[in-house]
Design a protein around this ligand. Structure first.
Ligand code: NAD
Length: 419
C-alpha cells in the first residue's frame, strides 16, 4: 500500500514560485491574474468492476492549465494522494516546463485517486478505459496529449490510446505519448527524463568544478526517473552512494550497484529487502553529505523541517515540486544550487514532443537521433537559464520561470485574449 500524505496546498507553493519570477517581469496585471487560474478543471466519477464482480467508484481528474502555446501536455498520475489541488499544480508546472524548453505545448495533468499497487491488471485496464472514455471530447493530438507519470506505464498509455481510437473510429497514436514502441512510441522515451536530469546535472557539476569521477550522488525515488538517472550517473563515472523508494533507503559508501538494484526492483516490484546497502530512513537519505542530491519521488520532500540539514552542493529536481519555497530560500542562503524541476525533468516531455511529432509524420527516428536531439534541447535551454541567472544575479529557478513566463505571455499577446 502507498501512503497518502498531503497537508498544505501544492498549487499554493507553485504559485509562490511564479509570483517571484512574475515580479521581475513587467507583466500586465490582467495577464498575471489569468496565468494564476487554470483554463479548465474536470472532475469525474470512474465506476469500474472489481475482479470479484463488485462495482467500485474512484475519482478522476484532468486539468488543462494553459493553451497559449499549443495543446495541453502532461502526464496521468495513479496514486492515493491525487487531489484536484495536486493535479492543478502539476498542470501549472507543465505549462512552464514546456515553455522553458520551447516546446509547442501548453500545460496539463491528470490523475486518478487510487493505489495501483493494490489493483489487478484487469482492474487497471478497466479504470484506464473509463478514464479515457470520460475525456474523449477534450483530449486529442491538437487538444490535450497525456503521458505517463507516477503509477502509470506504457501499457496504460496503450489502453488509453486504444479507447480513444475506438471512440473516434480512427487510429490516433498521437493522443498520448509514452506508448510502447510497437504502437507508435518513441525510442528513448522511457529513459528521457532520467537522461535529461543527468545531462543538466553533469553540466552544472562541470560549472561548479565538481569532477564526475567519484562524485557522490544521492537519489530519492527509484522509479522511472530516479533509477535511470542513477544508472546514467554511474555510466558517467560518479558514485551513487544512496537510493530509496517508498519502502525505504539504502546507503553504500563504496557505491550502490545500480544495475543490480534496478534488476532487484524489477523482480520484486520495489527495493524492499534489497541487500546492496545499509538500510536507512528516507529522511536520513535526504541529509547525507554528497555532491548531488536528486529528489525523484514526489512533491514536498525538501521543506523547512529538513532544509538546514541537507548537505548536498547541488540539488537536481527530478521530481515535480520536491522543494517548498521556504526550503528553496534556505538553500539559496546556504549557497546550495538548485536546478529546478521545470528545467531538470523536462527531458521526458521533450521526447514526448518527439513522439507526438513522429506519430503525426508516421516516420520514426533512430534512438541515437532522439538522444542527440534531446541533449541539444536540454543543454541549449539549460545554458539560457544559467546565462539569465548570472545576468540578473538570481537563482536558476527564478531565471527558468522568467524565460518560460515570457514565452507564454508573448504567445498570449500575439493571439490576444478573447475576453
Ligand atoms: P514512478 O512511479 O516510476 O516512481 C516513483 C518512485 O518514487 C518509486 O520508486 C516510489 O517507490 C518512490 N517514492 C514514492 N514515495 C516516496 C517516498 N516518500 N520516499 C522515497 N521514495 C518514494 O514515477 P516517476 O515517473 O519516476 O516520477 C517521479 C517524479 O518525477 C514525479 O514527481 C513525477 O511527476 C516526475 N516526473 C516524471 C516524468 C516521467 O517521464 N516519468 C517526467 C517529469 C517528471
Amino acid at each position: 500500500m502507498i501512503s497518502a500524505v498531503r497537508e498544505v496546498s501544492v498549487f499554493g507553493d507553485a504559485i509562490a514560485y511564479f509570483n517571484e519570477a512574475a515580479a521581475l517581469l513587467d507583466l500586465d496585471p490582467g495577464i498575471r491574474r489569468l496565468l494564476t487560474k487554470p483554463s479548465r478543471q474536470i472532475i469525474f466519477a470512474i465506476p469500474f468492476t472489481r475482479d470479484n464482480g463488485e462495482m467500485e467508484v474512484f475519482t478522476g481528474y484532468r486539468v488543462q492549465y494553459n493553451f497559449a502555446r499549443g495543446p495541453a501536455k502532461g502526464g496521468i498520475r495513479f496514486h492515493p494522494g491525487v487531489t484536484l489541488d495536486e493535479v492543478t499544480a502539476l498542470a501549472f508546472w507543465m505549462t512552464w516546463k514546456c515553455a522553458v524548453v520551447d516546446l509547442p505545448f501548453g500545460g496539463g495533468k491528470g490523475g486518478v485517486t487510487c493505489d495501483p499497487t493494490t489493483l489487478s491488471k484487469g482492474e487497471l485496464e478497466r479504470i484506464t478505459r473509463r478514464y479515457a472514455a470520460e475525456l474523449v471530447e477534450v483530449v486529442g493530438p491538437d487538444k490535450d496529449v497525456p503521458a505517463p507519470d507516477v503509477g502509470t506505464t506504457a501499457q496504460i498509455m496503450a489502453w488509453f490510446m486504444d479507447t480513444y481510437s475506438m471512440h473516434v473510429r480512427e487510429h490516433v497514436p498521437g493522443v498520448v505519448t509514452g506508448k510502447p514502441l510497437e504502437i507508435g512510441g518513441s525510442k528513448g522515451r522511457v529513459e528521457a527524463t532520467g537522461r535529461g536530469v543527468s545531462l543538466v546535472a553533469l553540466a552544472q557539476m562541470h560549472r561548479m568544478g565538481i569532477g564526475t569521477k567519484g562524485a557522490k550522488i544521492v537519489v530519492q525515488g527509484f522509479g522511472n526517473v530516479g533509477s535511470i538517472a542513477a544508472k546514467l550517473f554511474v555510466d558517467a563515472g560518479c558514485t551513487v552512494i544512496a537510493i530509496s523508494d517508498v519502502t525505504g533507503a539504502y546507503y553504500n559508501e563504496r557505491g550502490i550497484d545500480v544495475a543490480g538494484a534496478i534488476a532487484y526492483a524489477q523482480e520484486h516490484a520495489s527495493l524492499d529487502g534489497y541487500r546492496g546497502g545499509e538500510r536507512i530512513t528516507n529522511e536520513a537519505l535526504l541529509e547525507l553529505p554528497c555532491d548531488v542530491l536528486v529528489p525523484a519521488a514526489l512533491e514536498k520532500q525538501l521543506t523547512i523541517a529538513n532544509a538546514a540539514d541537507v548537505s548536498a552542493k547541488l540539488i537536481v529536481e527530478g521530481a515535480n515540486g520536491p522543494t517548498t519555497p521556504e526550503a528553496d530560500h534556505i538553500f539559496a542562503q546556504r549557497g546550495i544550487v538548485v536546478i529546478p524541476d521545470i528545467l531538470a525533468n523536462a527531458g521526458g516531455v521533450t521526447v514526448s514532443y518527439f513522439e507526438w511529432a513522429q506519430d503525426r509524420a508516421g516516420y520514426f527516428w533512430k534512438e541515437s537521433e532522439v538522444n542527440e536531439r534531446l541533449a541539444d534541447v536540454m543543454l541549449e535551454h539549460y545554458g539560457a537559464v544559467v546565462e539569465l541567472a548570472q545576468l540578473r544575479d538570481i537563482p536558476l529557478r527564478t531565471a527558468a520561470y522568467m524565460l518560460a513566463i515570457d514565452r507564454v505571455v508573448t504567445s498570449m499577446r500575439l493571439r490576444g485574449v478573447y475576453a
